[in-house]
Design a protein around this ligand. Sequence first.
Ligand code: SF4
Length: 269
Amino acid sequence: MKNSLFHLGMEWELCDGMTEERYDPVERAKEVAEIVCRGDLRKYYRFRPARFYGGIVTSDCVGCCLGCLFCWSWHQVVAPEQYGRFYSPREVAGSLTGIARRKRFRQVRISGNEPTLSREHLIKVLDLIPENVLFILETNGILIGHDRTYAEDLARYENIYVRVSFKGCSGEEFSLLTGATSQGFDLQMSALENLYRAGVRVHPAVMVSFSSQDNIRSLRSRLGSINRTFADIEVEELVLYGDVEDQLKKAKLTYGAAYTPSCIPPEQI
Ligand code: SF4
């Protein structure tokens, strides 16, 4: 049985073994943007206070250029047309700062799916976030790696901190976990490099639950060659939200450390 990951003309067979066909994540970003971005508007499905980072206001956007098998917001990734509604940058910044005021939080973020799909929207949101509020950008880095000027645009904001989330420790793992071409992993590396060179505060987080110790070591050394501190990665481990376990079973992917949502270790919150 075939399970279509995206309704965008590209199919990735999950149940009967993966096909050789892989998608280009930059092309995928353009296709998904046609669905979830309209001028400077972007689709979102939720605004909420969250416990991560010691308390952070979170807006969950819709649409991503990857299809990670461990994704906790999978439904929005595979069917972006079915979720959320369009919000202006002013509405998003207003909701984020309004909740932050009520909850007395000093940090906000866009999460859910991939925040960078609409550069125009993201930059306008950043323009509206007060300087004394920290904006944490959680990204897969694909578009920032593809275009150095994206990192340069982000470098204009002193209150931004970027977390680039690597999908595995090598091109091969990246491709296995996301269904995208392995070059996407190089784009993730380039994102970290572009952000660092542009002077943006940034660090790498790495999903390690599917990786051998050798691969983790070798990625640390590759990251450390950009900047020594990057070798000290933020470890991301699998959390078995919703359908994640079933999806991994169907894809016959085995994993090491994994947690249920109620038992995430404190250092990963
Ligand atoms: S990059 Fe993030 S939002 Fe996109 S599919 Fe992967 S885990 Fe989900």
